[in-house]
Design a protein around this ligand. Structure first.
Ligand code: FES
Length: 102
């Protein structure tokens, strides 16, 4: 599998629990989840409201938009916005909502 290809297809797992869906590199994690019938929190779907904010436990993503509504610190801490994040590897993430602790 070539990791940068738009044709690549990865596996995404949602914590807690074991919901799993196939996540093509060409779709955002939110789009891929919905296609597979996995319900994730979301609202704006354009990377501003942070309703979908999640902690990325493993894997990597790239963003469709230049500056998703995350601070640099949040990015460094591993937070992602699945509505605008496309996978670049298998990923495991945990939706935590807009009001993260700490
Ligand atoms: S749904 Fe609004 S930032 Fe993801």
């Amino acid at each position: 599998m070539t990791s940068d290809s738009e044709d690549a297809e990865y596996t995404a797992r949602v914590l807690p629990g074991n919901a799993q869906f196939s996540a093509p590199a060409s779709l955002t994690l939110l789009e891929a989840a919905l296609l597979d019938g996995v319900v994730l929190p979301s609202s704006c779907r354009n990377g501003t409201c942070r309703a979908c904010m999640s902690l990325l436990h493993s894997g990597s993503v790239r963003y469709r938009i230049e500056w998703p509504g995350l601070s640099l610190d949040e990015k460094d801490d591993g937070y992602i916005l699945p509505c605008v994040a496309c996978p670049t590897s298998d990923v495991v993430f945990e939706p935590i909502g807009p009001n993260r602790a700490g």
